[in-house]
Ligand binder design. Structure first.
Ligand code: THU
Length: 135
């Protein structure tokens, strides 16, 4: 990932937060993913009156990526309105693992713009063996 791509990825995650639909938690989240061929897809969290149906920003970004035909991501950025970092939930880690290239990084971005770079394999060290499951 180039410096320009990293900047753009973070900017897109921050902008995506603005369209968060989170009237129940009031917890706005924005995310963006960078594909192996340099495309960026963003997403926000979208909640529902049936609370359990809320979908995270990360998954929305990844599903948009998949819908556009991309199958490999190299970086994920996630941000909220909090001064501390938030990290992808377990379900999102599983979905990231489906498309994560070797060496994928997660950029945790605080509301103040501080950035923490974490290797994806550190927060999801034992992914399922996708190769053996694919038909
Ligand atoms: N949420 C995300 O979108 N991403 C995360 O990484 C953490 C949680 C959303 C789900 C829900 O809409 C709200 O934040 C509170 O959990």
């Amino acid at each position: 990932m180039t410096t320009a791509q990293r900047r753009e990825l973070i900017a897109r995650a921050v902008a995506a937060k603005e369209t968060s639909y989170s009237p129940y938690s009031r917890f706005r989240v924005g995310a963006a993913v960078l594909t192996d061929d340099g495309n960026i897809f963003d997403g926000c969290n979208v909640e529902n009156a049936s609370y359990g149906l809320a979908i995270c920003a990360e998954r929305n970004a990844i599903f948009r990526m998949a819908h556009a035909g991309h199958r490999s991501l190299v970086a994920v950025a996630v941000t909220s309105d909090h001064t501390s970092f938030i990290t992808p939930c377990g379900a999102c880690r599983q979905v990231i693992a489906e498309f994560a290239a070797k060496g994928t990084v997660v950029l945790l971005v605080s509301a103040k713009g501080r950035v923490k770079r974490v290797p994806f394999e550190r927060i999801f060290p034992t992914p399922p063996d996708l190769a053996s499951l694919k038909k």
